[in-house]
Design a binder for this molecule. Structure first.
Ligand code: AMP
Ligand code: GLY
Length: 429
């Protein structure tokens, strides 16, 4: 088979790495890819939003399966475009992708199907929100309705924060039309958890649990990023909690989407807050989480191509998921300054010195310059390691990270530390 992966980050490198292991694959392409991906797939110079060009490429190169990494093409309807031409593509169509594309759509859907989420109100008029905010209890959460590259959420501790958020979203329009409408919701307290499931539209299989580290600095301080590291499994996700999430969130979401006439095919990612009252949905994503998937895929024994084809062909019932019991940790090495301004073009050294057996290095922001690999983005590498326990995986992976060098490199030193404290957390519940 010929397979095309769309995207250029650590997620897409991890996907290419896993897809490449399938005996079904003859040729693997990635558009546009990056320095690391170019070692295992043929990179094609087409942007992730150039849908007509991607379609022509798939047709001309007899692509049997296209896998979409990021959310924007899904929300824009790339799946509908490919399927209209009879091509197989893994991911939800434009309508079900609204679960990520519009927070208002997602909240109203959850309300309708009784899926636990924070109580909310929606607004399109800044004066109306202003009035509402005089009557609420802080902290409160304000969210832009549309896609905002993970930056559209403001946790407001007081009215001053809230007015600032409204000014940014609705007056200054920093997210353009994505901020035409907003959600104001109650602030939830607890532990965050990412639970992913893969669906063919009516059936689904659960992925192993994982936990992201969204803030830039240790101890979850500083601004939000795309994710500075992840681990899988998350000890917080006990069997009982997983069953609860499946029954109260994943199943009703897949069934609800089917009932709406917009069956959800692809990856359903539920970003959860596990509170004293149980798990609540903070947000849905409609694609693999990054870096979460970098910590999940090394543990997946099932052939991912078979899994994705079964989704496209509505025969997910035939697939049995098989997992490695070991723990996996992904530590993101970033360019100093990220998520703000940072420099590019730094040479990366030390990659050849890694213990290859239990370490994968997924490239996120790199490119090849002659024989050198240089930095080309904020998140640069996802150094990922396996271990018999989460403790072993953390130790092993940090030893590998220390061998990799580039100027102004920054990484968190506490990835996975939360997992070690989980017993305390569980005792507090
Ligand atoms: P989202 O894009 O909706 O996942 O929001 C990004 C981050 O904002 C989440 O990972 C949480 O840390 C935080 N967040 C979102 N909604 C809430 C909420 N209702 N209560 C507390 N924190 C929230
Ligand atoms: N790591 C968070 C995300 O993929 O949205």
């Amino acid at each position: 088979m010929n397979i095309l992966v769309i995207g250029s980050g650590g997620r897409e490198h991890a996907l290419c790495w896993k897809i490449k292991q399938s005996p079904l694959v003859k040729k693997l392409y990635c558009a546009p890819g990056n320095g690391g991906i170019s070692e295992i797939a043929e990179c094609v110079d087409i942007g992730v939003n150039d849908y007509e060009k991607l379609l022509r490429f798939a047709q001309q190169n007899r692509i049997d399966l296209t896998v979409v990494g990021p959310e924007a093409p899904l929300v824009d309807g790339i799946v509908d475009l490919f399927e209209k031409e009879g091509l197989q593509i893994f991911g939800p169509g434009r309508a079900p992708a609204q679960l990520e594309g519009s927070k208002i759509f997602a909240k109203e859907f959850m309300y309708e199907y009784n899926i636990p989420t924070a109580p909310f109100r929606t607004f399109d008029d800044i004066n109306e929100v202003g009035l509402f905010l005089t009557k609420v209890q802080f902290p409160i959460v304000i969210k832009a309705d549309g896609l905002a590259a993970g930056k559209g959420v403001f946790i407001c501790n007081d009215i001053k924060d809230a007015n600032e958020a409204l000014d940014q979203i609705m007056e200054k329009k920093i997210f353009k039309d994505a901020g035409n409408e907003i959600v104001v919701e109650e602030c939830l307290f607890g532990e965050e958890l990412s639970i992913l499931a893969v669906s063919d539209g009516s059936r689904y299989v659960m992925m192993q649990s994982s936990q992201d580290h969204k803030r830039i600095f240790d101890d979850d301080l500083g601004p939000n990023t795309g994710g500075m590291g992840a681990y899988s499994p998350a000890p917080l996700a006990s069997r009982q909690l997983m069953r609860e999430v499946e029954a109260s969130i994943i199943e009703p979401t897949i069934k609800g989407m089917e009932m709406e006439g917009t069956p959800f095919k692809g990856v359903l990612y539920a970003g959860l807050m596990v509170t004293k009252e149980g798990p609540f949905v903070l947000e849905y994503n409609v694609r693999f989480g990054d870096p979460e998937i970098q910590a999940i895929l090394p543990r997946m024994k099932t052939d991912i191509v078979i899994l994705m084809l079964a989704c496209c062909q509505k025969r997910l019932g035939e697939v049995k998921m098989d997992w490695d019991d070991r723990s996996c940790v992904c530590i993101v090495m970033s360019s100093g300054g990220y998520p703000g301004k940072y420099e590019k073009g730094m040479e990366i050294t030390g990659l050849e010195a890694l213990d290859e057996k239990e370490t994968m290095v997924f490239h996120a922001g790199t490119k090849k310059e002659k024989e050198k690999i240089v930095t080309s983005g904020g998140r640069v590498l996802g150094v990922t390691g396996l271990g018999a326990s989460i403790e072993d995986a953390i130790k092993h992976t940090y030893t590998q990270v220390e061998k990799i060098k580039f100027d102004h490199c920054f990484f968190r030193r506490d990835i996975g530390a939360k997992a070690l404290k989980v017993n305390d957390i569980l005792n507090r519940r």
